[in-house]
Design a protein around this ligand. Structure first.
Ligand code: NAP
Length: 250
């Protein structure tokens, strides 16, 4: 019998992360759902998975905090086993505005949540997956954004800059660990129907902008989850340092 694969999805209480956690569970993975504060939403996803016979834990942890990340990986080691897939999905954005109205505190908070979190989680994952450290390999998928390419002028340059850096981290780490059994790739969504747009002050942003999308519609979280799953799976065994845009043609 082959050992069950284990996936950590950060920010999995809602949106793209929740859809990804449910997809991995459906495809036979034991899943760790990480979240920041919304315990009720995380429990709902956990219940969904457990009721269908899946193995799942949910862990509250701020992935921008090194101590929290260390405890999060400790829980996975103890309760599920050695991680095989890491999906760095947790991220935030703030109210739409111009650069001169972004405070230093906001810039720093966005960078810590969106970028430092990836760095911290990748570090813990590499220590467990890399053949250099006695691991048997694994896959990391970083959820970036098309904003890394557009720069999000007049909306959230801080968010876009954090995602540009996530893409650079993805490429660099992919090359660093390519010979150690770890593949690292990225998915760049755009205009997906989730709660995130409400944080920017415009809950209906996808509906407003959908006529600009070549496919003339916004995306669903499940469509992004499928791209993430594919990159993490054996189907993508020769793919590393690459990106899939899940953006309707944008
Ligand atoms: P979302 O609906 O706003 O959900 C964000 C998730 O991240 C929640 O589960 C939240 O937990 C968690 N989270 C936030 N800060 C955290 C922290 N410090 N530690 C741990 N968890 C944290 O977001 P989404 O739209 O699904 O976005 C998922 C990913 O896709 C993000 O990387 C985002 O940048 C990217 N993306 C989304 C879109 C889009 O159109 N939606 C477009 C491009 C890229 P709580 O529930 O506890 O708050």
């Amino acid at each position: 019998m082959t050992a069950q694969k284990i996936a950590l999805i950060t920010g999995a209480s809602r949106g793209i992360g929740a859809a990804t956690a449910m997809l991995f569970a459906e495809r036979g993975y034991a899943v760790c759902i990480n979240y920041l504060s919304n315990s009720a939403a995380a429990e709902q996803i956990e219940q969904h998975i457990v009721q269908r016979g899946g193995r799942c834990i949910s862990v509250k942890a701020d992935v921008s905090n090194a101590e929290d990340v260390s405890k999060l990986f400790g829980r996975i080691d103890a309760e599920l086993g050695r991680i095989t897939v890491l999906v760095n999905n947790a991220a935030i954005l703030s109210t739409q505005c111009r650069l001169e109205d972004i405070s230093e505190a906001r810039f720093s908070h966005v960078l810590r949540t969106n970028l430092l979190s990836c760095f911290l989680c990748c570090k813990e994952a590499v220590k467990r997956m890399s053949s250099r450290h006695g691991g048997t390999g694994g896959a990391i998928v970083n959820v970036s954004s098309l904003a890394a390419r557009t720069g999000s002028p007049n909306e959230y340059i801080d968010y876009a800059a954090s995602k540009g850096a996530v893409d650079t981290l993805t490429r660099g780490l992919a090359l660093e660990v390519a010979s150690e059994g770890i593949r690292v790739n990225g998915v760049r969504p755009a205009l997906i129907y989730t709660d995130m747009h409400a944080s920017g002050g415009e809950a209906d942003r996808v509906t407003r902008l959908k006529s600009n999308i070549p496919m003339l519609r916004g995306g669903q979280p499940e469509e992004v989850a499928l791209a993430i799953f594919w990159l993490a799976s054996e189907q993508a065994s020769y793919v590393t340092g690459s990106f899939i845009d899940a953006a309707g043609g944008l």
